[in-house]
Design a protein around this ligand. Structure first.
Ligand SMILES: [Zn+2]
Ligand SMILES: [Zn+2]
Length: 148
């Protein structure tokens, strides 16, 4: 599935997909979390999903990964890296709540949720738990710095 996150796909479908994503993306009205939630299909694990055919292959794309990729300056995504939710809301598509990071960092975040506080993930960003909601000004820049 990872092979779809490459520059030819981005160049071909990028703008079109961003448009269809924005149609199903709405701001959560009921909370202060600032999450932007998905109003369309979810996969069996509860993550927003978009079905797409590219070069005769069918893909079920996780929308947070797709959106992060299309909006970021990255040419491609490393299959070993997840696009994690800092806010732990699976349906959230607020770019400021998404972090591109190694899978192991993502799984560490599960501990934070169950303990109700963030133990820190340096050089990656902290979890956004209800008590510590904040926004980051340039998340892409921050993610790229973390990867280098
Ligand atoms: Zn969120
Ligand atoms: Zn954490």
């Amino acid at each position: 599935m990872s092979d779809i996150y490459n520059s030819s796909f981005k160049a071909f479908y990028g703008q079109k997909l961003l448009k269809s994503i924005s149609k199903f993306r709405t701001k959560n009205s009921d909370s202060s979390s600032n999450c932007t939630v998905w109003k369309s299909g979810l996969d069996k694990d509860g993550y927003p999903i978009l079905k797409k055919t590219f070069k005769l292959k069918r893909y079920n794309l996780r929308v947070q990964r797709l959106l992060y990729y299309l909006e970021s300056p990255l040419e491609w995504l490393d299959p070993k890296f997840h696009v994690s939710h800092l806010c732990h809301n699976k349906q959230c598509l607020n770019l400021e709540h998404l972090s591109y990071e190694p899978a192991v960092v993502n799984s560490q975040r599960n501990t934070c949720v169950s303990e109700g506080r963030c133990f820190g993930h340096k050089p990656f960003r902290n979890c956004l738990l209800q008590a510590s909601m904040r926004t980051t000004r340039n998340h892409f820049e921050q993610d790229e710095r973390s990867i280098k």
